[in-house]
Design a binder for this molecule. Structure first.
Ligand SMILES: CC(=O)SCCNC(=O)CCNC(=O)[C@H](O)C(C)(C)COP(=O)(O)OP(=O)(O)OC[C@H]1O[C@@H](n2cnc3c(N)ncnc32)[C@H](O)[C@@H]1OP(=O)(O)O
Ligand SMILES: CC(C)C(=O)C(=O)O
Length: 504
């Protein structure tokens, strides 16, 4: 099973410090509920003293969330700790997270305090917080640029004062995996009572190593990972939760770590955050980017169609996606093209397939992505060359909101007019039933869509129908400024396609 890692999510605190990622009360509550579904261990709900809004959010989240520890950040100041407690005290499992910087740079220029003053203050504030709450996390801000001997001494004292979690942040994303491993090992070896506290890490991504550093820390003894959804956070962000969790999940063999996160909630969490903040992840973002489970090149598409694991190290389902994506573009090959045609309900002969594939490649040279609609146009254009067994001559519809719709349809086959009439559930249904009487083919309507393909009052409507016949799906489309006529044409084009493709 491996070593258990607690996931501390700070999307609502450090994540929110990301420019453009502010969330209001309702949005934070919604996000917190999703984090609970994701099964993180700790939700850092905010920095209670930062504003009335932040205080309210932490308090409401504390009241709402039942299955996670809820924490608030607090500087090493009594007023911050009072405020944090006032907000988290409603939680089933409250935590006060207090911090102070320990690097020479921060102590000298920012805090304007001597190391001994910082140490004394840290100890006093942990004791102060402990009067309120059992679970106290202490963070040494800018730990990775701090003197490890000083840090170990300070940690020893704050653990004596009651800290239950010791956090070692790489505040400015400065460290590297090997260095961070050594650093934590040194801290562990030099902090006598370290076994009385949990070791946590909090890595920033300034050099793009936040996730790697976080994972390296586990080997040295860290058992809590601090991270955010989509890796949002101050500057270049925090370690991305989805990357950490899926690395543990996918590389159990070498990492030997596990956590409680329900990975199938990852995509939903990522999308919810993007929707709330309006900040979308880059397409090639690991795990949750639009392209993370998309394949465009022919060789890869062929491989994946034959055996998914050729180019996918995780299943899309494992993060809550229904399936992978085959993007058709100029790098795609015949295998993927044929596969898409089948999905769209086209069953072409080898000759037809080769012709359509050539046209597809020509189009793909001009367009970045060839969409299903483009393919349908190629195929339909070719299909128009199919002999039309039945042609629409005329139709009359009687419809209204107080009468049952009726349709009378006249089709031409072999220069002969055939007429049928039918009632139906609306004008389109009545017309379809009249045609069905004429053509005598057993069809099941699987899908019917109408949309305008041009703009303005005289817009052409396009009807697309998908019909099931003998277990196969056939697609037909019709264009007209009259939507009933477009529907009839779409239906007829399906009928003609079936008759052509199933001809002896
Ligand atoms: C590494 C991190 O991510 S830390 C968290 C960063 N997040 C935030 O800062 C977001 C929320 N912050 C805020 O809303 C505000 O900064 C507040 C409410 C916390 C403080 O606001 P202000 O009182 O206006 O102070 P301001 O932000 O300008 O400066 C910070 C003050 O806190 C002090 N300070 C900074 N960290 C700590 C600490 N851990 N413990 C005690 N004091 C601290 C600074 O020395 C400075 O003190 P000074 O006002 O006596 O010079
Ligand atoms: C307060 C601490 C945990 C922090 O956010 C950092 O050091 O980056």
């Amino acid at each position: 099973m491996g070593k258990h890692i607690k996931i501390f999510d700070t999307t609502l605190r450090d994540g929110e410090q990301s420019p453009g990622c502010s969330m209001n009360l309702q949005e934070k509550i919604q996000m917190a509920k999703q984090l609970e579904l994701l099964k993180v261990d700790v939700i850092e709900a905010g920095f209670a003293i930062a504003s009335q809004g932040d205080f309210n959010s932490v308090k409401e989240i504390a009241k709402t969330v039942k299955n996670c520890t809820v924490a608030s950040l607090a500087r090493a100041l009594p007023k911050d700790i009072d405020c944090a407690w006032e907000a988290v005290k409603y939680a089933k499992r409250p935590r006060i997270h207090t911090f102070i910087a320990t690097s020479d740079i921060h102590m000298k220029y920012k805090l304007k305090m001597k190391p001994e003053e910082v140490l004394e203050n840290a100890v006093n504030m942990v004791k102060y917080a402990k009067r309120y709450c059992e679970d106290i996390e202490f963070s040494a801000e800018d730990a990775t640029r701090s003197n490890p001997k000083f840090l170990a001494r300070l940690f020893e004292e704050v653990i004596k004062a009651g800290a239950t979690v010791i956090n070692i942040p790489d505040t400015v994303g400065y460290t590297t995996p090997d260095e961070f491993y050594d650093f934590i090992k040194t801290i562990k070896e030099n902090t006598k009572n370290i076994h009385k506290a949990e070791i946590s890490v909090h890595c920033h991504n300034d050099l793009g190593m936040a996730v790697a550093n976080t994972l390296a820390a586990a080997k040295a003894g860290a058992t809590q990972f601090e991270c955010t959804i989509n890796g949002i956070g101050e500057r270049a962000g925090n370690a991305a939760l989805e990357e950490i969790v899926m690395a543990m999940h996918t590389r159990k063999d070498i990492l030997d770590l596990y956590c409680n996160v329900d990975t199938t909630q990852i995509m939903r969490s990522s999308k919810l955050l993007s929707t709330i903040t309006g900040v979308h992840v880059q397409p090639n973002k690991a795990i949750v980017g639009n392209n993370a489970f998309a394949h465009e090149s022919g060789i890869h598409q062929h491989g994946v169609l034959e055996e998914r694991s050729t180019y996918e190290i995780m299943t899309p389902q494992s993060i809550g996606l229904s399936e992978n994506k085959m993007v058709l573009g100029k790098h795609s090959g015949k295998h993927a093209f044929e596969d898409r045609l089948k999905t769209l309900g086209y069953h072409l002969s080898e000759e037809e397939l080769m012709k359509a594939f050539e046209q597809f490649k020509e189009l793909a040279d001009k367009k970045k992505v060839v969409y299903d609609d483009d393919i349908e146009v190629i195929i339909t254009r070719n299909a128009i060359e199919n002999p039309q067994v039945y042609k629409l001559e005329r139709f009359v519809i009687n419809s209204g909101n107080t009468i049952t719709s009726t349709a009378s349809v006249v089709l031409i086959k072999d220069d002969l007019e055939i007429e049928e009439a039918s009632m139906g559930d609306g004008p389109v249904d009545a017309a379809f039933k009249a045609i069905e009487k004429i053509v005598g083919i057993n069809l099941t309507l699987e899908d019917y869509k109408l949309h305008s393909v041009t703009e303005g009052k005289d817009a052409q409507g396009e009807a697309v129908v998908k019909m099931k016949h003998n277990g196969k799906i056939y697609t037909g489309r019709g264009l007209s400024t009259d939507i009933v006529e477009a529907s009839i044409k779409a239906y007829l084009s399906t009928v003609n396609k079936i008759l052509y493709q199933t001809r002896e």
